[in-house]
Design a protein around this ligand. Structure first.
Ligand code: AMP
Length: 481
């Protein structure tokens, strides 16, 4: 038991608290405690999926009690719980572990005498626990002041929403400091909890969340492989094909962002940038212009776009692949919100393809390869079918994408359909069915595929006819077949 309790110490819980834990027969951190405590001690926002009975209350109470300064007569932590019973339970735990540290706790609970609660509030107890309705009532009558609260916890957040507490929560969060730490615990991660987390939290640590739950089920994840120098061209063709009203394009470095913006504008795709170093006014202006549709592509870095809520955003493009799966989740989470369809497209070189396979594994989500061909988006199997039916003239990847770019630039439209993400007729395409189109009018030469020729595709019999030997040799080494 003594050795087990050291595990709490290793997580950063001090002696005074571990002594209390021992006293109450708690020897070893539960999994959610082991995961959440270090983040909460760090001051990070935390989104935790947790059920009652997993030790979730102590998972946040222990680190928060430790961070409270008992010397200051200020209400430093606010815990919001859906029901009177749960709130009372939290109050009891708070008193049990907090009192020996000189920390005072108050319960602000509907059904009990408000007058007595107001009286006690004057003492500015360190830890405030309450139900949404009563807390809001006390906030609106200015009996409860939140300007000193450094951390707000929503326990059983899904229940709070189910019981109609959304407005109260909004008011309480609005009344609290902008840079407060937020901790949400919820048995389920429904759209309301997700949306609130995305809107209010900054870079939250996910705790206890099943990998496949981290990404919205309504979002499709695709990727295109191309040469480094063709990234922008593939982006242009992706945007043409999916034709979204608005899209966010993620880049990894602020250093290249202006160049990307300039290239896109040059190609006729109205783009502006959002990055961390930009001043507040510029950022606010860019965002409001993006929301109101003044331009189509927002080129952004991860930091700048974190938590961004653009209702109905149809497409997210990773022009550079995300640095890890957590960043991928944050990026892809800008689309497919509130049950809407979304699309997350990564553009990678063949050397970067493994990154997406890794994300796919870690997130237990399919991130599927696609090929752009004649403005259509094909699965590898469809592309292979086209190739083998002789409809296409496949060329090695390098010349393929570049050539395709040229032919489109020569005035051949890439896509004429409505957005496959939201448009009804195009939904099938978003799921991998290439449109069956006959030859487009005005086309003078066959356009070639971009992205990766399908694995196992055979050589075109006449492809090398007439080519010099050195070129044939080169092609045979480059050709993925
Ligand atoms: P909760 O999930 O917060 O409702 O906690 C369920 C019960 O587990 C409460 O009675 C806690 O006191 C108890 N508990 C919390 N953490 C631990 C732990 N690490 N080991 C044993 N019991 C615990």
């Amino acid at each position: 038991m003594t050795r087990d309790i050291e595990q709490f110490a290793q997580l950063g819980i001090g002696e005074a608290l571990t002594a209390g834990l021992l006293e109450y027969g708690i020897g070893k951190p539960s999994p959610i405690q082991a995961e959440a405590i270090p983040y909460i001690l760090e001051g990070r926002d935390v989104l935790a999926q947790s059920q009652t009975g997993t030790g979730k209350t102590l998972a946040y109470l222990l680190p928060l009690l430790q961070r409270i300064d008992p010397e200051k007569k200020e209400s430093q932590v606010l815990v919001i719980a859906p029901t009177q019973e749960l709130a009372m339970q939290i109050v009891r735990e708070g008193e049990k572990y907090g009192a020996p540290l000189g920390i005072s706790t108050i319960g602000l609970i509907g059904g009990a005498s408000a007058a007595r609660q107001v009286e006690k509030l004057r003492q500015r107890p360190h830890l405030v626990v309450g139900t949404p309705g009563r807390l809001r009532e006390l906030l609106s009558t200015r009996k409860l002041k939140l300007h000193e609260v450094r951390t707000v916890v929503l326990d059983e957040a899904d229940q709070i929403f189910q019981l109609g507490g959304a407005d109260d929560i909004r008011a309480l969060l609005k009344g609290s400091l902008r840079d407060r730490q937020l901790i949400f615990l919820s048995a389920t991660l429904g759209p309301e909890v997700r949306t609130l987390a995305e809107r209010e939290m900054r870079d939250p640590a996910d705790v206890g969340i099943e990998p496949e739950q981290k990404l919205a089920k309504t979002t499709q994840h695709l990727y295109f492989v191309c040469e480094e120098r063709d990234r922008i061209d593939i982006l242009r063709r992706v945007v043409r094909h999916y034709n979204p009203q608005r899209a966010i394009v993620f880049v990894n470095q602020t250093g290249t962002i202006a160049e990307v913006e300039a290239k896109l504008n040059h190609l006729g795709l109205a783009a502006r940038t959002l990055y961390g170093e930009a001043d507040k006014v510029t950022r606010a202006t860019v965002l409001s212009q993006f929301r109101s549709g003044k331009f189509r592509l927002l080129v952004a870095t991860d930091v700048a776009a974190r938590g961004l809520d653009i209702p109905g955003l149809e497409l997210v493009v990773h022009l550079d692949p995300a640095t890890d799966s957590e960043h991928y989740v944050h990026r892809a989470g800008r689309t497919g919100r509130m049950g809407r369809k979304g699309l997350s497209v990564s553009i990678v070189t063949d050397r970067q393809e493994f990154i997406l396979r890794k994300f796919s594994r870690e997130l237990e989500t399919e991130i599927e390869p696609r090929v752009l061909y004649e403005g259509a988006v094909l699965t590898l199997a469809e592309a292979e079918q086209r190739r083998s039916s002789g409809a296409a003239r496949w060329t090695p990847k390098r010349s393929g994408s570049a050539a395709a770019g040229r032919s489109e630039a020569a005035g051949v439209p890439a896509s004429q359909g409505s957005s496959p993400v939201t448009g009804s007729g195009a939904a099938g395409r978003a799921h991998g069915e290439a449109p069956q189109r006959s030859a487009e009018p005005g086309r003078t030469q066959p356009r070639k595929p971009a992205g990766r020729p399908p694995k196992g595709s055979k050589k075109q019999p006449n492809k090398d006819k007439g080519a010099p030997k050195w070129l044939k040799d080169k092609r045979s080494t480059q050709d993925p077949s």
